[in-house]
Each structure stands twice: as structure tokens, then as C-alpha cells.
Ligand binder design. Sequence first.
Ligand SMILES: [Zn+2]
Length: 221
Amino acid sequence: MSWDKVRVAIQEACVRLEAEGLVAEASGNVSVRLPSKDGRDLVAITPSQVPYRKLRPEQILIIDYERNVIDGEGKPSSESVTHLTAYRARADVGAVIHSHSVYASALAVAGQGIPALIDEQVVTLGGEVQVAEFGMSASQDLADNAVKALELRQAVLLRSHGALSVGRDLDEVLAVAALVERMAKIYILARTLGEPLKLPAKIVELEIKFYRMQHGFPAED
Ligand SMILES: [Zn+2]
């Protein structure tokens, strides 16, 4: 896919994320891993502080892994450190979304992860959603803590901040980000009715095996 096509796809993803209430104004960010060029690993990423409703595809920046802008004008998203750390840590990750959606952020602020509640969650996200240790916005600490808590799963909550979702491509990460928010909402609502039932451990184990097989991960840690 050409850089121009990737830029359009990211801009369209931002429109969708805003329509679904997963991001607002200029908060959150989206990136896609690009094929390396002249031996350089590259990523297309949303710019810093441009409101989504005003974002044009040409404002999406192409950066290298040292955050140098290779193509485009402006500053890459302040959370690009976290995106790049996820790409470095996981060869399977092709796209990343960082969002400040309300329900996921509420759990992140409470320091509470999402246990394995629903089959779809386990087979899509890889199990429970953990809360990463605190790191200041835009810092390498935040990035390292996020990737550590993410392990081989597709989503993690960033303590006192928001959520980080990864996927093999843009379509997958959009579905992951939406599911994280839906699971956070379900968990919070279910708790108003009593103690939510967790999936049986045996089922979770089988579903995690299935998830790992789908992603080509080793069956065990
Ligand atoms: Zn953020």
C-alpha cells in the first residue's frame, strides 16, 4: 500500500474512532507500520494536536523509529514513543491505537483491569486486559510499562490515562479498540448489578490457546 493510501486509511480510521466516541478533539493517536525503506523502519502516525475533525490525510506523518519525520510537515503525536516501542517489541503488530475512551479510562483511573468475562474478549484480545504501571504521558517509562503489561495480548489499560490497542492491521486494531471500550462498559455496568461472573478457567485456557494459534504465538509462555 502506498504512503498516500495509508494516510487516507488512517484519516478514515480517525473519523470512525471519533464517531464511535473512542477519541475526541486531538486526544489519542493512530499509527500503521510501513514496509522499511532503504533499510529504515518506518511508521505512519497522526500528528500532534490536530483535532480529528480537521485532520487531512496529508497531515499524517511518516517517521522512522527515532521519531525523525521522513515525510510530511508537523510534529508526530506525543505518544509516538509508545507506538514505536510496541512495534519494536512485537513483530506481529501492524497498527496501534491509543485512546482515551470513557469507560476504559474510568477503569484505568481506578487501577482495575478487565478480567476474562466473555468468549469474544478472550479470543480477540488474548485474555484479561491488565493495567500497566504508571508512566508520565509521552515518556519511555509509559511505553515500557505498557508493552510489559501487554505481553502477547492485544490491549492494555494505561494507569490514570487511557487504553492502548494493537492489531495485525488497521481494521483489526479498530475492532480491538472498540471491543476494549465495550468490555470496559460491560464490566462497569455488570458490577452495578452485583459481582460479575468470570468465565470458567478451563474455557479461558482453551480460548487463549486458540488466540495464540491464530496469531502464531507459542502455546505457552
Ligand atoms: Zn493519551
